[in-house]
Design a protein around this ligand. Sequence first.
Ligand code: FES
Length: 579
Amino acid sequence: MGDMAESSRKALRSQEWWAQPNYESFTRRAWMRAEGFTAEVFQNRPVIGICNSWSELNNCNAHLRTVAEAVKRGVWAAGGFPLEFPTISLGEVFMRPTTMLYRNLMAMDVEESIRANPLDGVVLLCGCDKTTPAQLMGAASADIPAIMVPGGPMLSGQWKDRKLGSGTDGRKLFDLFRTGRLSEEEWCEIEGGISRSAGHCTVMGTASTMTSLAEAMGMTLTGCANVPAPDSRRLAMAEMSGRRIVDLVWEDVRPSRILTRDALENAITVDMAIGGSTNAVVHLLAIAGRLGIDLTLDDFDRISRRTPYIANVKPSGEYLMEDFFYAGGLPAVMREILPLLHGDALTVTGKTVRENVETAECHRREVIRTAGEPLYREGGTVILYGNLAPDGAVIKQTAASPELLQHTGAAYVFENYEQMRAQIDSEDLPVTRDTVLVMKNCGPKGAPGFPEWGHIPMPRALLKQNVNDMVRISDARMSGTSFGTVVLHVAPEAAVGGPLAIVRTGDPIELDAAGRGIELRLPDGEIERRLAEFQPAPPKYERGYGRLFLEHVTQANLGCDFDFLRARLPQAGAHHGGL
Ligand code: FES
């Protein structure tokens, strides 16, 4: 009580807007009251922005208006003043050419909306893949107290007696459909049953991964990330988060105190333990860049080597996010790997990671294994280097075929995505199960926008021979719901003259996941000779946001943020929290 009495005397940032003895303050109060509020809201109450990525163009986040109402209950109850505001939303399956083109735009929208308005704290409502990192990046840069409330995963899909997991099972079933093993009628039934509610994809794809990592970094209440979207406990969590953000404002706990290097290392460790999406690598690097933390791909590899993979969830495992939640969810995973985490890291609960999870229980050991009996002794994601990827590449080894993780084969090259699409179903594509498929010009600048095209479909000719996996390499990303022996994020990308640009059909390529290598086996000097002839293609955007993106996006190993957003520079005219 004494603390609160003292802290409540602090001048709030919002008072700069409401409480000045001038005409501008009068106007702001009067215009706010146009929404029907009483003058009480201006009396040193923390103004809590509810940053909502709700959109009917984003089914995963379509329930977030309801979640926002629950947050508001909590904010009012704790003595705050909630104001909901929209930003651009990024619906993964709808946006062209790819949501990743717009992640940085959303991050800028979040940051500038927070900075420009009379807010003391912010609740971030996210869900679909890029909405989570975009909000974390923006909130990290704005740096006023913030808490995240993800919308949660959708219900498990269901078709006949079979549970279906979003993209993971969708892709497997599509291979049956495109080779005539499922009828049109069955395919239509699957369409109606695979996504049965609002909420994000129900496998450990990018959305489940990034919301889980937000919790691992301490930006959500404990146990918040995995509650299914339609579960009543989602709204209870939202209400509690609304209460908590008011305290965070009084305590002046900002993202810069939560999102430390230790928190990012905790996120990487948890990412490895849950078999998280390869996209997490790019997003965590971008978040670190916003905070001025020198995180590199080497940190991922170092942590991957020591972290067991224990969450038996698709696409690497067998179960779905609903099962994962019922088994104990992320707190149970974090308790299991607590010795590998920085247990003293502070979280938005006001407690440390250790305090949050040390009593968490696991209710189903087949879903969440012990660290002593993991599904895989190392983490899901592995970083590769070699003359084909001097600045690194990634592969999700837990979603790959073990026998292909050490493999040498002749390349079959697609110069771009369009060429791949045109050829992949050709019955006479000259490939075998040993071929290494290579696709170029799908990176941040090449596509542009770094789309999820890296899961090159299996050639129809091979599917008919019951070959379901082969080594595939590109500078693209891959959906977190995908699987297979797929090397991604090759950097530098082909479009800027990375060695991937000079690979030709027939060149031998060696993948050595255990040795962390990806090599083009050519005679000495041949790579340099071919690179000397490299000519970049003309830019695909000449105006607008696309041009800004092309001029400023960084490569995959730096997180693909804009170069001018990475460092935190003092903002002209900025109002930083409280003062
Ligand atoms: Fe939104 Fe998968 S499409 S999370």
